[in-house]
Ligand binder design. Structure first.
Ligand SMILES: *Cc1c(COP(=O)(O)O)cnc(C)c1O
Length: 440
């Protein structure tokens, strides 16, 4: 399989998977996309039950010709053997509403799946005489932790996290600074957009990036998109096999959406033939996608701060990939929808979670539940919702609304019990370069 840049419309510069994984960003500032999407039938997954086994089957065509192909099984086992339970939402009559919980990894958000997969690939692409690589990552909270956990104590790598001071939850901030060893957290007096800008600027300087052996693990990396497809295939197969669903119907999928990485993976899995129905993006007050899907031209804009901070994105990078896959079709009449949930509605939904469903939601998952409530007025399901983070990660938002403490899951509690250290950094690329040159 070859990969192209979304900005290479004439398909002039095919890249191998290995090159695409190592590079992060594609030619002309585009994003890597596979040359073709393979088609699958349910029978292709006969004998595959676990997430790693389904991932291996699904990703085999994408790894064809890669030096990593012989290691794919091992990579899937190492990175994706995390619990991804599908639970029923009990207030709903019958068995027709399912929640795919993707927050049981080491940092309690879905980003663990992708970060671990990318790390497993990059570690295997490393050659003996490679210099110590610095993985530079800007984060609005969850990506940084997931990347840190995935590369923590991995020989040959160090992680430098850049995050906006005061704009991530207190527990997220503690977590980012709690790894130690080869992980370094830098906090910037500015917004997530500022962090992303300075990191992009530094990574975009090729000479500098080579000299300092920098590499990226940002949310547009192909190495993050591929593994995210695996859990949608897993969920589609599980629901079909468990006879939870009538064989004639595919579940309507609702995904909390910011940069559009997670939801795009669901769309691609449906494109490849697995049984998923309409796909709904649940966004917060950042209306770029809802405005586009209700007929406006695409109009990227600065992100606005909301209670669901991991989705505070005003110009979702993966929109460019979506446009590539739908360049010959109207994406707005392709079973894809987008909804915006404001903070007031979101707060009410979190507050009502226990009474309505016996569940405490993270603010992002609560956006999806609100969309579910709106859709249920006109449709009977079945529904598949994605829970993107554990509510304990956003205790500052969630606890006042539910009126009691929310205990952290064990892996998160362990990080929170460790001391945490971060350094202040000026919000400029020059300051970041200076800090990187100083070393650790
Ligand atoms: C990153 C994140 C999202 C948004 O996912 P995208 O792939 O950027 O659309 C939603 N919820 C949580 C908890 C996240 O960390």
């Amino acid at each position: 399989m070859h990969y192209f840049s979304t900005r290479d419309l004439r398909r002039e510069w095919p890249a191998t998977l290995d090159a695409a994984l190592a590079a992060g960003l594609a030619a002309k500032g585009g994003l890597y996309v596979p040359a073709a999407l393979p088609a699958f039938a349910l029978t292709d997954f006969a004998g595959c039950a676990s997430l790693p086994a389904i991932a291996q089957r699904l990703l085999t065509p994408f790894f064809a010709g890669s030096s990593l192909a012989p290691a794919l099984r091992e990579i899937c086992l190492e990175a994706l053997d995390l619990p991804a339970p599908i639970v029923n939402l009990h207030s709903v009559a019958g068995n027709s509403t399912h929640l795919l919980e993707l927050f049981h990894g080491p940092t309690a958000a879905f980003k663990d799946f992708a970060a671990r997969f990318l790390a497993a690939c990059l570690a295997r692409l490393r050659t003996r005489d490679d210099p110590l690589r610095t993985v530079l990552v800007a984060t609005s909270g969850d990506t940084g932790g997931a990347v840190a956990a995935a590369f923590h104590r991995r020989p040959g790598f160090r992680v430098v996290i850049v995050y906006p001071d005061g704009r991530v939850s207190p527990r997220q901030a503690h977590q980012l600074g709690a790894f130690g060893d080869n992980v370094h957290a830098l906090r910037v007096a500015g917004s997530f957009d500022d962090c992303q800008r300075i990191v992009k600027q530094v990574l975009g300087d090729r000479d500098l990036a080579t000299r300092l052996a920098l590499t990226s693990a940002n949310s547009i990396s192909l190495g993050r998109l591929l593994p995210q497809m695996a859990y949608y295939a897993y969920a589609a197969l599980q629901l079909r096999r468990s006879a939870a669903l009538d064989a004639a119907v595919a579940p309507t999928v609702i995904v909390p959406t910011g940069n559009l990485g997670n939801a795009l993976a669901a769309i691609l899995v449906r494109e490849m033939g697995l049984p998923l129905g309409d796909i709904h993006f649940a966004t917060n007050a950042n209306r770029t996608l809802p405005d586009f899907f209700s007929g406006a031209d695409y109009h990227g804009r600065p992100g606005v701060a909301t209670l669901a901070n991991a989705m505070d994105v005003g110009d979702p990078s993966n929109f460019e990939r979506l446009a590539w896959f739908f360049k010959d079709r109207d994406v707005r009449s392709s079973g894809i929808f987008a909804h915006s949930i404001d903070d007031t509605t979101l707060s009410a939904r979190i507050a009502a979670g226990e009474a309505d469903y016996g569940q405490v939601w993270c603010p992002h998952t609560a956006c999806a539940v609100e969309v579910l409530e709106q859709l249920r007025a006109g449709a009977s399901g079945p529904f598949l919702l994605v829970a993107t983070a554990h509510p304990a990660k956003f205790d500052n938002v969630v606890e006042p609304l539910v009126g009691h403490p929310v205990a952290a899951p064990p892996a998160l509690a362990e990080l929170l019990a460790r001391p945490s250290h971060s350094e202040m950094l000026d919000a400029s690329a020059a300051a970041l370069v200076e800090r990187l040159q100083l070393g650790w």
